[in-house]
Design a binder for this molecule. Structure first.
Ligand code: NAI
Length: 333
């Protein structure tokens, strides 16, 4: 099949070309994001392969269909950027990569906790300047602290195991509690309010949906322990960024580790170092000494890239052969 691959970086190309040796599809790589304005690039292709910051709204999907596209293959687990109802109306199946390496994301969440707590990024900058002072670098022991996980699917479960390994108590909230996980790992399901009240660290692992958009708003932040550490490797809009800034200014939030940001489209994954940053909220977040931002890189391990590429191309191969699409996502009935 001819596949137009959007929003690609060097590492995507390498992983997809490597995996494609076993599939033999025709891959064309495009740097731009897949949005209405770029959809025509896919004219004449059988499938598009898209990433998290593309916008597959109804108009984009209609343009793709008109250009001959018969399959949308997402290189991501999340699919909140796709109008699934419109895709179904157009008869275009949407496949995703439901699981590639939950460990990659959970380990990145832990990396953010450790780096923020022990101020590794500040220490690194300091010693390179010849400043060997320790003033302002005091952290806390993780052992005995309480971590609150919002979402205990694949990534939340992996995070629970990591934090239990550090000797933390783990509280969790999930719409569908996993009691087997709870007894296996030794975590306790509680209400969101109790989690906010008791957790020293809150880490977000729920998907983005109408129910979770701004789940962390001013009211939620006010319920948390003063000085809480907030980690988001889920999706940017889980947090109301302006409310977070207010809470950082008052000290209600003591540290924030953000791998995702609600205005990240068009910013993350791009080198904008020669440009003026136009997003004032992100610019403000970047000024806090206790905020650590990474540009949606939690998934970025060799193992995850290889798994994403293989699952994506296997779905395209299954589609080509008329086989069932086990990774298809459908709009809720
Ligand atoms: P999953 O589907 O295995 O787990 C999600 C969990 O959230 C489930 O247990 C579900 O019951 C729970 N949940 C869903 N809606 C809820 C609600 N309204 N309230 C409470 N619980 C709710 O998903 P997985 O693989 O653990 O991934 C989680 C999210 O992480 C993805 O949806 C994606 O947005 C994000 N992600 C971020 C990456 C990054 O690079 N930063 C990479 C991969 C995923």
């Amino acid at each position: 099949m001819k596949i137009a691959v959007f929003d690609t970086q060097r590492y995507d190309r390498q992983a997809l070309e490597e995996a494609n040796r076993g599939h033999g599809h025709e891959l064309a790589f495009f740097e731009p994001r897949l949005v209405r304005e770029t959809a025509s690039l896919a004219t004449g292709f059988d499938a598009v392969c898209s990433f998290v910051n593309d916008q597959l709204d109804a108009a984009t999907l209609e343009l793709l269909r008109r250009g001959g596209v018969r399959l949308v293959a997402l290189r991501s687990a999340g699919f909140s950027h796709v109008d699934l109802a419109a895709a179904a109306r157009l008869g275009v199946p949407v496949v995703r990569v439901p699981s590639y390496s939950p460990h990659a994301v959970a380990e990145h969440a832990a990396a953010l906790v450790l780096a923020l707590n022990r101020k590794i990024y500040r220490a690194h900058a300091r010693v390179r300047e010849g400043n060997f002072s320790l003033d302002g670098l005091v952290g806390f022991d993780l052992v005995g602290k309480t971590v609150g996980l919002v979402g205990t699917g694949q990534i939340g479960a992996a995070a629970a195991r990591i934090f239990r390994g550090f000797g933390c108590a783990v509280l969790a909230f999930d719409a569908r509690p996993d009691e087997a996980l709870a007894s296996d790992v030794g975590l306790r399901y509680v209400s969101l309010d109790d989690l906010y009240r008791d957790a020293d660290i809150v880490s977000l692992h729920v998907p983005l949906s109408q129910g979770t958009r701004h789940i962390i708003d001013a009211a939620a932040l006010a319920k948390m322990k003063r000085g809480v550490m907030l980690i988001n490797t889920g999706r940017g809009p889980l947090i109301d960024s302006k409310a977070l800034i207010d809470a950082l200014k008052t000290g209600q939030v003591g540290a924030a580790g953000l791998d995702v940001y609600e205005g990240e489209e068009g910013i993350f994954f791009h080198d904008l170092s020669n440009q003026v940053l136009k997003d004032d909220v992100l610019a403000r977040l970047l000024t806090f000494p206790n905020v650590l931002i990474t540009a949606h890189q939690a998934f970025l391990t060799r193992e995850a890239l290889a798994a994403i590429a293989e699952t994506t191309l296997a779905s395209v191969t299954a589609f080509e052969r008329g086989e069932p699409l086990k990774n298809e996502v459908r709009a809720p009935a």
